[in-house]
Design a binder for this molecule. Structure first.
Ligand code: ADP
Ligand code: ASP
Ligand code: MG
Length: 413
């Protein structure tokens, strides 16, 4: 029988009522003749709460801050949210007379790297699940989790259930991977920031990849990477309404194409500048080597003009990685002989994305003009073949998203 993967995010399984509604959608697909693998997230807010418990547990007594913690135990705790919802979904399906059982990552097994907290899926063994499909038993899989080479529970990074679903769809050779969420598709920008955002009928893998990696959290970046590599037909749909969603597909399958198809934002960015570093070969490597070793996700990088053999180096990273970055750079300081480290953690990144940029010039200029018209100062700029990103003051982030959305003609009439 053809197979289908259906993933339900946190809001879509937030309580038993929602789980029942989601199960109703599963039953409909089962009745259409599919063997279904349902992938579930933890109930809305649950993972955040579990992360908070870990941080509190690791805080030294009497301190106000958080301590360093064992990432393997972090995974043991945060993976538990999905265990609850997979069991509940299986129970509700059974009650609807859809034969189903739950699967934890280790039971399938979904084998991952050992990078606890940010593991990558390496292999999914589908034989056991396929045998159960043959017995008429549908699968409910805990998203977000797998088993590391150390035999311990691992998790795939925040939003990782999307990646569980796509990887499973590829391994099961499923006809489609449907991502049910609290919006009814991929929009030209986050509809929570711009209510005139337009739902896209289709979006190319490459554009979705850029939007996701630049902050559009509707799909985890890695899930889009996998869908693109394994040609998984990926759909984003509403779990609340029966509406056509968005298909993520090959560029060739898209007829109408705007130059810019979407605007993404990342709210919690920081701009870090190292003042007075020597301007000579090997210095960038000496700075970014320790940052990479410390696992800091460096994004934009700018080196200033040199004066008297010295220069300034600026980069951006997520705000919650600044402490790590500072520690890594202070450890390397004697080599670098740099002066001060200046951190601006009140910035945000806004990005316009579109494959049409490959053949059209003037996108960056139009973006800068639209920001200037709102009086928004640009702190750092980076470009790639299909995107332009800017770092701006966080307080102007919403305004910038709305202005760019309008400037590129994305707003609904
Ligand atoms: P889930 O819990 O179902 O995984 P997420 O909260 O991770 O859901 O992702 C869905 C959210 O992504 C939406 O509620 C929306 O606010 C946000 N979002 C950001 N950018 C976009 C976009 N371009 N299109 C649709 N949703 C977006
Ligand atoms: N529950 C996990 C998270 O909140 C995984 C997911 O929802 O995709 O990050
Ligand atoms: Mg998500």
């Amino acid at each position: 029988m053809p197979r289908l993967v259906m993933k339900f995010g946190g809001t879509s399984v937030a309580d038993l009522g929602r789980i029942r509604a989601a199960a109703g959608k599963v039953r409909r697909e089962v009745e259409r003749g599919y063997d279904v693998a349902v992938v579930v997230s933890a109930m809305a807010g649950q993972t955040n709460q579990l992360v908070e418990h870990v941080r509190e547990a690791a805080a030294p007594p009497g301190s106000n801050g958080y301590g360093l913690y064992d990432a393997r135990e972090y995974d043991a705790v945060v993976a538990s949210g999905e265990q609850v919802t997979s069991g509940l979904m299986a129970l509700v399906l059974q009650e609807m007379e859809v034969p189903a059982r739950s699967w934890q990552g280790w039971q399938i097994p979904i084998r991952t790297t050992g990078a606890h907290g940010a593991a990558r899926i390496e292999e999914i063994e589908t034989e056991a699940m396929a045998r159960k499909f043959d017995e008429g038993l549908h699968a409910v899989v805990s998203g977000f989790q797998g088993i590391g080479p150390d035999g311990r529970v691992s998790t795939l990074g925040r939003g990782g259930s999307d990646t569980s679903a796509v990887a499973l769809a590829a391994a099961l050779e499923a006809e489609r991977c449907d991502i049910y969420t609290d919006v009814d598709g991929v929009y030209t920008t986050d509809p929570r920031i711009e209510r005139r955002a337009r739902k896209l009928e289709r979006i190319a893998y490459e554009e979705m990849l850029e939007l996701a990696s630049m902050g559009a959290k509707v799909l985890q970046t890695r899930s889009v990477e996998l869908a693109m590599r394994y040609k998984v037909r990926l759909q984003v749909l509403s779990s609340f309404e029966d509406l056509p969603g968005t298909l993520v597909c090959d560029e060739e399958e898209i007829v109408e194409q705007n130059v810019v198809s979407g605007v993404a934002y990342q709210r919690d960015e920081a701009k870090v500048t190292l003042l007075n570093v020597p301007d000579r070969p090997g210095v960038a490597a000496a700075i970014f080597g320790p940052l990479a070793d410390a696992g800091v996700n460096v994004d934009m990088i700018v080196q200033n003009i040199s004066a008297d053999g010295m220069t300034d180096m600026t980069f951006s990273c997520p705000t919650d990685e600044v402490a790590n970055a500072r520690a890594a750079l202070e450890g390397a300081q004697t080599d670098l002989r740099h002066g001060e480290l200046v951190v601006d953690d009140e910035v945000a990144k806004v990005t316009v994305v579109g494959i049409g940029m490959r053949s059209h010039s003037g996108v960056a200029q139009k973006m800068f003009a639209a920001l200037a018209a709102e009086g928004i100062n640009i702190k750092v700029i980076t470009t790639s073949e299909i995107k332009v990103s800017v770092l701006i003051d966080r307080k102007y982030m919403e305004l910038a998203v709305q202005a760019l959305h309008k400037a590129f003609g994305l707003t609904t009439a």
